[in-house]
Design a protein around this ligand. Sequence first.
Ligand code: NDP
Length: 314
Amino acid sequence: MSLEKLIIIGSGPAGYTAALYAARANLKPLLFEGFFSGPAGGQLMTTTEVENYPGFPAGITGPELMKEFRDQAERFGTRYLQEDVVSCDLSQSPFKVVSKSGTYEAECLIIATGATAKRLDIKGTRDGEFWNRGVSACAVCDGAAPLFREKSLFVVGGGDSAVEEAVFLTHYASRVYIVHRRDELRASKIMIKRALSHPKVEVLWNSVVDEVKGGKVVESVVIKNVKTGALETMPAGGLFFAVGHLPNTAFLNGQIELHPNDYIKVVPGTAKTSRDGVFAAGDVQDFNYRQAVTAAGSGCMAALEAERWLAARE
Ligand code: NDP
């Protein structure tokens, strides 16, 4: 087993930016991109147009942007492994990182594993029910499937993801309903305007999904008005959750300090975790901004701190 100077776990804007900086500092980072846990490149791989990443005035698609990040880090010597890290041992340096192919050792670690879309536990949406048969947590990944064509589709949530996904689904659906539990969306003003002015989009205010029904695939949803308690069954071809994310920290098995919501705690203004020599960057430690550009910035911070930490040990 060879000893790595730096292992980076995670391949979104944070992981790739950390890799770029570390590679340029000659640390020859080894980066675990993930495999079953989601596409290499992270959440931007399932986003359409990114209009708010500086430097791209005409916009760029999420996958294109991540390819640029990846290629740039590779150019300076980053090595990639398309594998998930399943566990690690942070009890002493060198730290051990375990994937399906084996155990790797590193003097220093950067964790940039991001966060994963949440699902709600609603009757009819569970595994073995209509999950993956009309129920999804990613409209951009699944929305183009034939099963959703010219159907009424429902998006649960009231944030930017919900309105973005609703507008995306109008390419395929006959009608898109945003099911939101309150009477106000939390999405940004520009996104709300885009959704509400779209002729195919309608918001079901103060509403939740009570049940999803169907035969082989989804055929209807039962909508409950949370103010009146009234139930209404509406024909449906699909249901998409857009209700936020969970940080990917389970593989750490409690070895570094987390916030009560399971995001990694870092020393404010730094990428330092509770474990000396372990740094965190991107959405896995940020439940506030959660933007590609802030993730990239924190990846840069983590790499600079890792570089200094390694230099101080030598
Ligand atoms: P958010 O956390 O912003 O929104 C989650 C939504 O789900 C909220 O409206 C919330 O309702 C609702 N929700 C949560 N739990 C439940 C529940 N149990 N039952 C019913 N509804 C529920 O997540 P997003 O993924 O939308 O956005 C995350 C971040 O990513 C944000 O910072 C956003 O700005 C950013 N983003 C930016 C995009 C862009 O600029 N293109 C695109 C997508 C995301 P409530 O409002 O009542 O709390």
